[in-house]
Write a protein of this length. Structure first.
Length: 573
């Protein structure tokens, strides 16, 4: 009987030349066809250009002995470190369960290390840091002290992230670059990975979803799709769909690191062989249970600003949006939840922020409800003024200076908000897919974080169909002010000027509520003459305090819905 294997996918991330691939080689005992920089250009340039996959197995640890598995397998996803390959890194992190952040201890936290840390923070809550190249710390008798100093300094940086208190393991994947010198710290790193594996079984009841990272022909067999099972399961002879091609294929065979298996489940790294497929049509993408993954031109997503992104994230701006291995540009419209009934613009915004704070504290985003109203936001809110991760972990002077800053990382955290994304090209993705927004046209050699926001897809939408957009009740608060000109003898009817323009259609304002400077509530009853003046009825009476005083200001607040086809004809409160 074949062994039952629990597979855990581990992303290996870090700055270029930090020794990631050497570390993967020191850990791995099983290699895939795309491992250890087998890409021809990778060998030519001496850097990782694509995702690499390899694995090692260990006996089931004690804390997982109750699970129905015989072996624990770690599949290592070796990600590129060069800044220009961040899209490939983003594609890689969407299939991982945990990560190893590799840091060259002789150089510390570099620009792309920081960017990989931000990517990892989005993708997983389980991380271990490999402090590589400890053999290059001299003098040798000062090595332990230098490692402790590096751990202390980096620990201050990780305290700014959700990885506060992260385990840092000193290693040397390739000591002195000599093949006969054994790696250092590898067993400690393996133990750290084992300790992070959650003692819970995989969930296989969801519809099958498979992230394809390579597709190639195999003579006499068909085409092989290599990738990772994101959810559900698939067995030999079952049918899968390739939604990007709108085609279905039967599964001829499945292999896990060149060993045949009958079934693959969530988390497994496998090759799936299908017939009658032109491998040239599909490089990367998704396979799924038929009919479960749509293609769409727009979507609503729950999003959050990445707090190390220094710039604004404004509505109507375009960002590069990555979903799986696809990256397209999209126009963003941000909005949030608030109870704005009877509130001023400032109070409505404050109410929305309070809701976002509540979401951040609970760790659960509020469900998106198309039946409720949402307040339009000029931008995505988040923490401002954070120092860059590179600066925070730089020189001793920068380290000391940062520690003298008064609590710069305890500002308000706004939590998840909503975004309407209008894609320039259609996207194929499942519901709840991870979304990462960035400005990839920024300088790749700068130290600024290019990743702006992240989140999860909530609902596909077709932005070319006005009736679909109209179901999104996103509004702007509009406030108009007029002046109480005089009070009629009945004491309840006021004549107000300048609340609307002379040429405005009075009928769209009839019945709307207004408020005086003293707080009295009135209702617009009709026009007065032909100069744009209005008659307003105050059921509780009104007191007029002379002329041109604040108490005689009349305010009208109402909602303008962004996508309501009647927006220019109907105002709502």
């Amino acid at each position: 009987m074949s062994k039952r294997i629990l597979n855990v996918n581990v992303g290996i991330l870090g700055h270029v030349d930090s020794g990631k691939t050497s570390l993967v080689a020191a850990l791995s005992t099983r290699l895939s066809t795309a491992a250890l920089d087998k890409h021809p250009q990778s060998k030519e340039r001496g850097i990782t250009l694509d995702l690499g996959f390899s694995a090692f197995t260990l006996p089931m640890p004690e804390h997982m002995a109750h699970l129905p598995y015989d072996e624990l397998q770690f599949t290592l996803v070796d990600c590129p470190g060069h800044a220009s390959l961040i899209r490939t890194i983003i594609g890689g992190i969407q299939i991982i369960d945990m990560m190893v952040l590799v840091i060259d201890i002789t150089k510390g936290l570099q620009t792309q290390t920081a960017e990989c840390l931000v990517v990892g923070e989005v993708a997983t809550s389980r991380m271990v840091v490999a402090l590589n190249k400890i053999d290059q710390l001299y003098p040798v008798d000062e090595r332990e002290k230098a490692v402790r100093r590096a751990i202390k300094r980096l620990g201050q940086t990780f305290a700014m992230t959700k990885f506060a208190g992260v385990n840092m393991v000193p290693v040397s994947a390739k000591p002195d670059s000599k093949a006969e010198s054994p790696p250092l710290g590898i067993e400690d790193l393996k133990a750290a990975l084992v300790a992070m594996v959650p003692p819970v079984p995989r969930i296989v009841t969801s519809p099958f979803l498979f992230a394809i990272d390579h597709c190639f022909p195999m003579k006499g067999h068909g085409s092989v799709l290599t990738g990772t099972v994101l959810q559900g399961s698939i067995s030999v002879n079952e049918v899968l769909e390739l939604p990007a091609l709108k085609e279905t294929r039967s599964v001829k065979s499945i292999q896990m690191f060149k060993a045949p298996v009958q079934r693959a489940v969530q988390g497994d790294r496998v090759g799936i062989c299908v017939t009658q497929l032109d491998a040239g049509l599909l490089e990367r993408g998704l396979a799924c249970a038929p009919g479960t993954v749509p293609t769409f031109k727009g979507a609503v997503a729950a999003v959050e600003k990445i707090r190390f992104y220094a710039g604004r994230v404004p509505s109507h701006a375009k960002f590069h949006v990555s979903v799986g291995h696809s990256t397209v540009t999209a126009e963003m419209t941000f909005f949030g939840t608030c109870d704005s009934e009877g509130l001023t613009r400032e109070a409505a915004l404050a109410a929305m922020i309070a809701n976002l704070d509540a979401m951040a504290l609970s760790g659960k985003p509020m469900p998106f409800d198309q039946c409720r109203d949402y307040l339009y936001q000029e931008e995505l809110y988040g923490l401002e003024g954070r120092p860059s991760l590179v600066a925070a972990a730089g020189s001793d002077e920068a380290y000391e200076a940062r520690n003298n800053v008064v609590d710069d990382q305890t500002g308000r955290h706004f939590g998840p908000q909503w975004a309407l994304m209008k894609f320039d090209q259609p996207i194929t993705a499942p519901k709840d897919a991870l979304v990462i927004g960035a400005k990839f046209d920024a300088d790749v050699h700068g130290d600024a974080c290019r990743l702006a926001f992240y989140g999860r897809l909530v609902s596909p939408i077709d932005p070319t169909r006005p009736e679909e957009l109209a179901r999104l009740n996103i509004f702007k608060l509009k406030t108009r002010t007029g002046t109480l000109e005089r009070l009629q003898p009945d004491g309840t009817t006021a004549i107000v000027r300048n609340l609307i323009k002379k040429e405005s259609d009075v009928t769209i304002f009839l019945g709307l509520q207004v408020t005086s400077g003293r707080g009295e509530k009135g209702v617009i009853a009709g026009s007065f003459g032909k100069s744009g003046k209005l008659k307003i009825h105050f059921p509780g009476g009104l007191v007029m305090e002379g002329r041109n005083t604040h108490d005689n200001i009349i305010k009208l607040q109402c909602k303008r819905y962004l996508f309501d086809p009647q927006a220019k004809k109907v105002l709502r409160q």
